[in-house]
Design a protein. Structure first.
Length: 337
């Protein structure tokens, strides 16, 4: 049996990129009883980016409501909040003690932050927290705690899953026998069709670029956001190149093959940008419309959301407590008998 695990940082409202890259495939997997899936809200990770307690809290609620509204099967899937699993920060420390500092120096997210600081004339050593620097270690703990072998993520997270694999390997090398590894080596899974969804400006859709289309906008706001997708100046009647178009790229992520072929033809035939965007709106709205209603209902009943998370935490702790017991033993941290 495959153990599939993925997480989503609870900063801001989930956007179409998160949906296409992570939430949708994870929800599909949650209905497949062949799989054994774990899904969690990475609220400790959120603290790296957000130091406003109210926002951290609100976001956790919104992200949880998003997954539930989209039909996550919480009987078949362990759905929990990272911070409810107290063993995770503990394992993070133990992994920190086997993780070379150089590995963290190479993390894209960290290097990106350094470059951004330098560009702004800021001192990275002052601006960057240890949380940001060592965030791949926390992520590794998330993954290996539950013995996950498949980690569905967007392309931006591939490196982190590889780092988790490195840490697990190193841990096993030091503490486990060859025949009986303690930690499972995870592999990333990226859906190539939809790997990186583009945002309004054509760059990767990302909270940090401010170019996102939030998932559960009202219909009016959704249309408005879609209208903001940047296009070139070609007029209706002029043939357009689908492969350099963000409108087409997002279309592809929501369309079936026939619809994609149809839109490709419409581009060749010179569909106007206004038209193409209206059709894109209808396509997305059809996929998420019902879930949007459930989402709005759930936000009015946070105790229902909390009950789901508690149910998940209980299931998750069964695994994390057993794993931590084993890991503590292996490193020599246990009672003096
Ligand atoms: P986060 O919260 O930034 O993103 C959640 C997931 O969405 C994917 N994603 C995208 N996919 C396609 N197109 C996009 N534009 C796009 N933007 C985001 C991300 O790749 C990710 O899969 N550190 C992780 C959360 C995390 C995690 C974990 C994931 C913490 N622990 C353990 C897996 C396993 C993060 O910040 O993702």
């Amino acid at each position: 049996k495959q153990r599939i695990l993925t997480g989503i940082t609870t900063t801001g409202t989930p956007h179409l990129g998160n949906y296409v890259g992570a939430i949708r495939p994870a929800i599909e997997a949650s209905h497949n009883s062949e799989n054994d899936s774990f899904l969690f809200l990475a609220d400790y990770h959120a603290l790296i980016k957000c130091q406003e307690p109210k926002l951290v809290h609100q976001s956790t609620k919104e992200v949880a409501a998003t997954w539930l509204a989209l039909g996550l099967d919480t009987d078949n899937t362990v759905f929990y909040r990272q911070s409810d699993i107290r063993e995770i920060p503990e394992l993070t420390w133990l992994l920190s003690c086997v993780c070379g500092k150089g590995l963290m120096n190479r993390a894209h997210a960290y290097k990106g932050a350094v470059d951004a600081n330098v560009a702004n004339d800021e001192d990275p050593d002052k601006a960057i927290t240890m949380g940001l620097f060592s965030y791949p270690v926390l992520m590794a703990a998330d993954i290996v705690m539950f013995g996950a072998n498949k980690v569905p993520v967007g392309k931006d997270q591939i490196q982190h899953v590889e780092m988790a694999r490195d840490m697990a390997q190193r841990f096993n090398h030091i503490y486990a026998s060859k025949k009986q590894p303690i930690l499972t080596l995870p592999e990333y899974v990226v859906d190539d069709n939809v790997a990186v969804l583009q945002g309004l400006d054509g760059r990767k859709m990302s909270k940090s670029y401010g170019n996102t289309i939030p998932l559960f906008l009202t219909e009016k706001q959704l249309q408005k956001h879609i209208n903001k997708i940047q296009t070139n100046l070609l007029e209706p009647g002029e043939a357009k190149d689908p492969d350099t178009s963000t409108v087409f790229q997002i279309w592809q992520a929501f369309a079936n093959e026939a619809q994609t072929a149809e839109m490709r033809q419409a581009f060749a035939d010179g569909i106007g940008w206004g038209d193409a965007k209206k059709r894109l709106f209808a396509l997305i709205n059809e996929e998420i419309g019902e879930a949007r209603e459930r989402y709005n209902e759930l936000l009015k009943q946070p105790e229902e959301i909390e009950a789901e998370l508690q149910k998940g935490a209980e299931k998750a702790r069964k695994y994390s407590q057993t794993m931590m017991e084993k890991v503590r033993q292996s490193v020599g941290i246990y009672g003096l008998k």
